[in-house]
Design a protein around this ligand. Structure first.
Ligand code: ADP
Ligand code: MG
Length: 687
């Protein structure tokens, strides 16, 4: 009933009212706006401009730069129609100091009459280099006497969508500001955030700043609120889980002791320390929520095995999930070798193909202690007997939502499963505490001893023949090499490129076995390719980035990466982590197509300088910005709208403090903030 809806709508604070209370927004536009997740007046307020146009001042024609937008005022000094088949209206505009051309490909007779010699007009558009000097095509325009295109403040350009232009958004936001700004609630104590304007003033500025205004303080005020909201949200998730019970695993640790004794090396101090943190969690009776950050090659797999053995000894099941089948199969190998002597046989649970039914039944079997697989293991139809620990390897490949969905299912009776997430993309501690505020953090800072150094050189692709010769010589001496051929995505093109390279190297390296692996191969073929390389006669393995994460072949000591200029720093570091795993000194060759851009140059320089994943991660953040590094894909966090973890890093300690106080003391405020920033809708949903 429309009348009762509008009455109840008006009873709410302005921010919480539906957009239809604003003039000019009917049900149709409201429908389109939902595509931008805009439903309420408050959503409009917090829909911030992506950039601004400067229409505050007129630019003399001779000062206007090609490729930039400008507001120009002048007089028409020539006008005419050119072209027979498709006539276009051509004007020459002069402003005293300069002259330019304006073209309209579509025009009405009335327009043609109006835009005649002697008319003064203002235009706004992008200046291009035309055949006879600077020109604008279809600029916005106003003739003298019709008002002006000049604006008192910068013009916001909003993220728009089908059916909702940035112009429509400008009008809607202006109406929202008028209605809701005076009554806007500040949920956080001003003294706790960064110095700056009030929230209302910050929003007013961001939606229409005066030219030359520094927006940093206004942004920081908003960023603080946004970061506090996210952080508090993660803390609530964590508290909710802290209330739950987890399978209590208080055991003597016999299996773990036997396992460690059987290893050809002893665990590092770091591995021991992390294992005791994990052990405390598992004994606590609360579900463990822990993330282990450790650089590539720091020995996270051993920690995973140790954790698994504590839980298995307590009589429960453990599941290990890897992002790729290749890695899952490698874990099957490793864990099989490690744990078989203890009487533990892992069960593989991958894509639900042939034999899946039997394996699913086995997962339900009490006797199955360890299950290793991919996401497929949490798909419908797979039940576990008493799953008490889920280990997620290379967790940055999964999002938060995925992580939560996957573990929601995992319980042993009334117990929630423990979670150990492992990540080889280490990030600075303050950032990690923010991004993973719902988890406890463990860090493996160093690699096991006895690792020989990896040298890194960058060579122009024109020197490929030298590299081939070097690989040939090394292989004749018994070395093993990866030759990575990464194109952006694992698609048809990649496979072709890898296959082409494979053929080329087979010709160039007679007498040396060259293998091939890529993502489109059947699982069994991938296994064979890996096996032939790891323990068989294949000495050079041509690969796409399928080998990027986790693959462990200690005998491989050479790595050639093609098109290295196209890869990100973290990815290059991951790939380089494939070598230098045994005692052999490693050599990494980055082949690039010259000329190198600044970013690529900086990345390569960084890789040559250091091998420390934490240093590299820091540099990656500085080069790319947090938005890229923590994009929704990596962390599953909804992308921040204002905040940027790198730019706003100094706010993080205060954010953590304020968020903790909020969760402790003020759920009502938190609810308001969550509606504002996470667009959660409790009231609207119950309407
Ligand atoms: P990541 O942290 O990248 O997953 P892995 O667990 O694959 O690293 O370990 C890398 C290599 O180091 C493996 O070959 C593993 O057997 C070996 N390793 C692990 N721990 C130790 C240790 N304490 N001493 C010597 N080698 C170790
Ligand atoms: Mg690993």
């Amino acid at each position: 009933m429309p009348s009762s809806t509008s009455v109840s709508a008006l009873a709410r604070p302005p921010c919480e009212r539906p957009v239809t209370v604003l003039p000019g927004i009917g049900p149709a536009l409201a429908g389109h706006l939902t595509r931008l997740e805009i439903r309420t007046v408050g959503d409009l307020l917090f829909h911030l401009p992506a950039r601004y146009e400067d229409r505050t001042r007129f630019v003399p024609i001779r000062c206007a730069a090609i490729g930039q937008s400008a507001l120009i005022e002048g007089e028409i000094v020539a006008a005419g129609v050119a072209g027979r088949a498709r006539p276009s209206l051509i004007l020459d505009l002069a402003d005293g100091g300069g002259r330019m051309r304006v073209r309209f490909f579509h025009f009405s007779p009335a327009q043609r009459r109006k835009l005649c010699v002697g008319t003064r007009m203002s235009i706004y558009g992008e200046l291009r280099a035309g055949p006879e000097g600077p020109e604008m095509v279809h600029p916005e325009y106003r003739c003298f006497g019709e008002g002006t295109l000049q604006e008192p403040v910068l013009t916001p350009v909003y993220p728009a969508t089908e059916g909702v232009s940035t112009k429509v958004l400008r009008r809607a936001v202006r109406a929202a500001l008028a209605l809701a700004l005076p009554a806007l609630r500040e949920y956080l104590p001003r003294a706790e955030g960064p110095p700056g304007p009030t929230l209302a003033e910050a929003l007013r500025l961001l939606h229409g700043p005066p030219a030359g205004c520094d927006l940093a303080a206004a942004r920081a005020v908003l960023a603080f609120e946004e970061l506090v909201t996210h952080h508090a949200h993660l803390l609530t998730l964590r508290h909710a889980k802290g209330q739950a019970t987890g399978a209590q695993c208080r055991v003597p640790g016999r299996l773990l002791a036997r396992f460690l004794k059987g290893l050809p090396f002893s665990p590092t101090a770091g591995q021991e320390a992390v294992l005791s943190e994990i052990r405390r969690d598992l004994e606590s009776g609360r579900p463990m929520r822990r993330i282990l950050q450790g650089d590539v090659g720091s020995g996270k797999t051993l920690v995973a095995a140790g954790a698994a053995l504590i839980v298995i000894e307590a009589g429960f099941q453990v599941a290990i999930m890897a992002p790729t089948e290749l890695l899952a199969r490698q874990h099957m190998e490793t864990f099989g070798t490690w744990l078989r002597p203890l009487g533990i046989e892992p069960l593989a649970l991958m894509r639900l193909g042939a034999g899946a039914k039997a394996r699913r039944a086995q997962a339900r079997d009490q006797g199955t202690q360890l299950i290793i697989g991919t996401q497929a293991m949490f798909q419908e139809g797979v039940d576990f007997a008493h799953l008490a620990l889920v280990i997620i390897d290379e967790q940055h490949r999964f999002g938060v939502h995925e992580r939560q969905a996957l573990t929601a299912k995992a319980r042993a009776g009334t117990h929630r499963a423990h979670l150990l997430a492992m990540s080889a993309t280490p990030i600075p501690r303050t950032l990690a505490q923010s991004v993973y505020a719902d988890l406890d953090l463990s860090v493996l800072a160093e690699r096991p001893p006895g690792r020989a150094a990896v040298t890194t050189v960058a060579l122009a692709a024109t020197r490929r023949d030298d590299v081939v010769a070097r690989v040939r010589a090394a292989c004749q001496g018994g070395a093993k090499a990866y030759w990575v051929c990464p194109l952006i995505e694992e698609g048809e093109m990649d496979v072709k490129a890898a296959a082409g390279l494979h053929a080329e190297l087979m010709r160039a390296l007679p007498g040396i076995r060259v293998g091939l692996i890529h993502g489109r191969m059947r699982a069994a073929d991938k296994d064979r390719a890996m096996e032939d390389f790891a323990r068989g006669p294949v000495q050079v393995l041509v690969a796409t980035t399928v080998i990027e994460v986790g693959v462990d072949v200690p005998s491989a000591s050479l790595l050639v990466i093609e098109n290295a200029e196209r890869l990100g720093l973290a990815q290059l570091h991951q790939l380089r982590g494939r070598i230098g795993r045994g005692g052999l000194p490693g050599h990494c060759v980055l082949l690039y197509k010259p000329p190198l851009g600044d970013m690529a140059r900086a990345r390569i320089a960084c890789l040559r300088e250091t091998d420390d994943g934490f240093v590299i991660a820091r540099r990656d953040l500085d080069l790319r910005g947090a938005g890229e590094v923590f994009g929704a894909r990596q962390t599953g966090l909804p992308g921040f709208r204002v905040a940027d973890l790198v730019r706003d890093e100094l706010l993080l300690p205060a954010v953590a403090k304020t968020a903790a106080a909020l969760v402790e003391g003020d759920p009502a405020r938190l609810l308001g903030l969550r509606q504002r920033w996470l667009r959660e809708r409790h009231e609207l949903a119950s309407e």
